[in-house]
Write a protein that binds this ligand. Sequence first.
Ligand code: NAD
Length: 275
Amino acid sequence: MPDASTDPKTASQSRPLAGKAALVTGSTSGIGLGIARALAQAGCAVALNARKAGPDTDKLTNDLAAETGVKVVYAAADMSKPAEIKACVAETIKVLGRLDILVNNAGIQHVEPIETFPDDKYEMVIATNLSSAFYTTKAALPGMKQRKFGRIINISSAHGLIGSPFKSAYVAAKHGMVGLTKVTALETAELGITCNAICPGYVWTPLVQKQIPDQAKAHHLSEEEVIKQVLLKEQPNKKFATVEQLGALAVFLCSDAGGSITGTSIPVDGGWTAH
Ligand code: NAD
């Protein structure tokens, strides 16, 4: 029986993305970090990204490299700014030598009725959550086409498939991402490149955790009641998805097994959009 540590078949099963390089936008916390970690564990070199660099991002980068044994770098860029996005993709390609996998994850939220929704907040949500994915994709495609391999994953949302009141900019951006995913998939279908959207319902991340005390105050409920009666009200399985589940899905879509899946929007929402 071959030694598992030296058997090439076993090694390629445990590190299916060895030799590949990825950029995950907005990846210093939550879903982005969970996906970056899963890609690195699968053997992929990873560029992390958020707006600013500092001691925290240095530590995160070094810790993830030590934990997974792959090259991990940090590419600071504000994903609402096209010039910074172009520079970020160029820097990633320069430092990692290639860019095979692009995960468009950076996103923000603002909740307010349309009539009072501030114009600047609307523009910022659209720029960060939607336009950023256009600019990263535009910059990443030439190299992917040249190597005839690419995987683009757009982190949309259940709100890319259905609407909710008071989230006009977010719902518009996430629906837009589903459309961008289809067009990217159609333009690249014969070139070894796939593009898919992942549409999570509620996922247990800092973005969600931070809302709980405020929601409890607003609804005069306990934090536990907020989780059950407000956040998970529409999620039939009454469970948050985890960043590890999303990371495993991303690894699958990037693997050979995911090679014929393109142009799709995959809900990870405990049945929410089955209503
Ligand atoms: P999070 O706040 O933990 O992570 C968001 C990340 O985006 C952070 O790393 C932040 O630094 C980064 N970011 C924000 N603005 C940026 C900018 N201008 N430039 C660069 N980076 C920026 O949130 P999360 O819950 O992990 O969300 C990640 C993505 O998943 C978002 O697109 C969000 O819309 C989507 N999503 C989240 C949930 C959920 O329940 N948590 C559900 C559906 C979709």
